[in-house]
Design a protein around this ligand. Structure first.
Ligand SMILES: [Zn+2]
Length: 195
């Protein structure tokens, strides 16, 4: 087994055992230092989130759906992940800051980020949630449609239908990254540096 194959095998085992993504496992095993700030999410995976795909025996990004062998030129540089397929290769980012309706259960609130991810045009980045507010990344070309769908989301609270989200604030890329940085700082203050 080559070193590379060995590393991939070990990462797959770790990913299965810990229930984390393949890429997260590779990061853990190589003990890459965490990026200096969330504004610099660059790592040796170029922001891709590769998962093993059984029927092709290849690693495929869950975000842009590129195969690792295509994104990476041998062991050379990797092309930067362009983000969700639904962004239409638009590399610009914008953010929505959602305020959850008060009184929803934890599971009702948790469904929100899953629902948004399944829309294919938005996602909750790491450190996106704090104090009932959820930051969502999207692209300028699709953010209006995403906001429209979010406004339509309903949950049942005390026997009646209520909006899941009380308000939706549109943020620029800079403002969105500032929210992530603030959330990350709050996380570190409480729990220490994330692994
Ligand atoms: Zn990707």
């Amino acid at each position: 087994m080559t070193i590379d194959k060995h590393a991939k095998h070990a990462a797959r085992e770790l990913a299965e055992r810990e229930g984390i993504s393949y890429t997260a496992a590779r990061r853990q095993l190589t003990e890459q230092p965490a990026p200096a700030s969330p504004a610099e999410p660059e790592d040796r995976f170029g922001g891709h989130e590769f998962e093993y795909e059984q029927h092709t025996d290849l690693f495929k990004c869950t975000e842009c759906e590129a195969y690792e062998v295509v994104a990476r030129d041998g062991d050379g540089p990797i092309t930067r992940c362009p983000g969700l397929v639904g962004y239409g290769a638009d590399t610009q980012r914008v953010y929505l800051l959602l305020t959850e309706t008060q009184g929803l259960s934890y599971s009702q609130a948790a469904v929100l980020s899953t629902t948004i991810r399944s829309s294919g045009i938005g996602r909750a980045p790491r450190f996106s949630w704090r104090d009932g507010r959820l930051l969502i990344e999207s692209a300028p070309s699709v953010v209006a449609e995403l906001a429209r769908r979010i406004h339509l989301l309903r949950a049942t609270a005390e026997g009646r239908q209520v909006p899941v989200v009380a308000s939706v604030e549109h943020l620029t890329a800079e403002a969105g990254l500032a929210v992530i940085a603030a959330n990350r700082a709050a996380y570190v203050a409480e729990y220490g540096e994330p692994r």
